[in-house]
Design a protein. Structure first.
Length: 175
């Protein structure tokens, strides 16, 4: 049986330009995202900053940033909204308010299954999936031990039912 990696093990990984994560003690390596992914990430980050930071609800970060959910779970979601008081020199400590995974063919299955399951287990209240190829945003909320779809959209305006006043401009994401 192989020992589970910890944050200390993760911190010793040399900076070689690759994106590493630790999920339940196992090492994940993710390829660099493509240009469509980066455009959507930047545009969505801007919309989230306007909403969350202007209201003092949290601070928005883009990958790479360490989200330290446990000693055996250090993930780098594409976008994350940290609650006030969660930001340390190491990264974001504990369960953030929102995690956004921007899907790509090489990461979609892992993002929707093992990472989503772990986010739920570790009490991340909101998990969104953004698919630049299909031009769809899915916003999930944690109910009990699993995520349920709160809202979904592909064009126009997408108001979020749990976050009063948050209306995503989807057309702006895909332009």
């Amino acid at each position: 049986m192989q020992a589970k990696l910890t944050y200390a093990d993760y911190a010793r990984i040399p900076d070689d330009g690759k994106r590493y994560e630790v999920l339940e003690g196992g090492l994940l390596v993710t390829p660099a995202p493509g240009t469509a992914h980066q455009r959507v990430s930047y545009r969505l980050q801007h919309q989230l900053v306007v909403y969350f930071e202007s209201r003092g609800l949290g601070e928005v970060f883009a990958a790479p940033i360490d989200v330290i959910l446990s000693d055996h779970d250090i993930l780098q979601p594409d976008l994350v909204v940290a609650r006030p008081g969660q930001i340390s020199k190491r990264g974001i400590e504990g369960s953030p308010l929102l995690v956004v995974e921007i899907l790509s063919p090489s990461t979609e299955r892992r993002d929707r299954t093992s990472k989503a399951s772990r986010y739920a287990t570790l009490s991340v209240p909101h998990l969104w999936f953004v698919d630049p190829d299909r031009r769809i945003v899915e916003c999930h909320r944690l109910e009990g031990a699993r995520y349920v779809l709160a809202t979904r959209g592909s064009e126009g305006s997408l108001p979020h039912p749990d976050l009063p006043g948050l209306v995503l401009d989807l057309d702006q994401l895909w332009r």
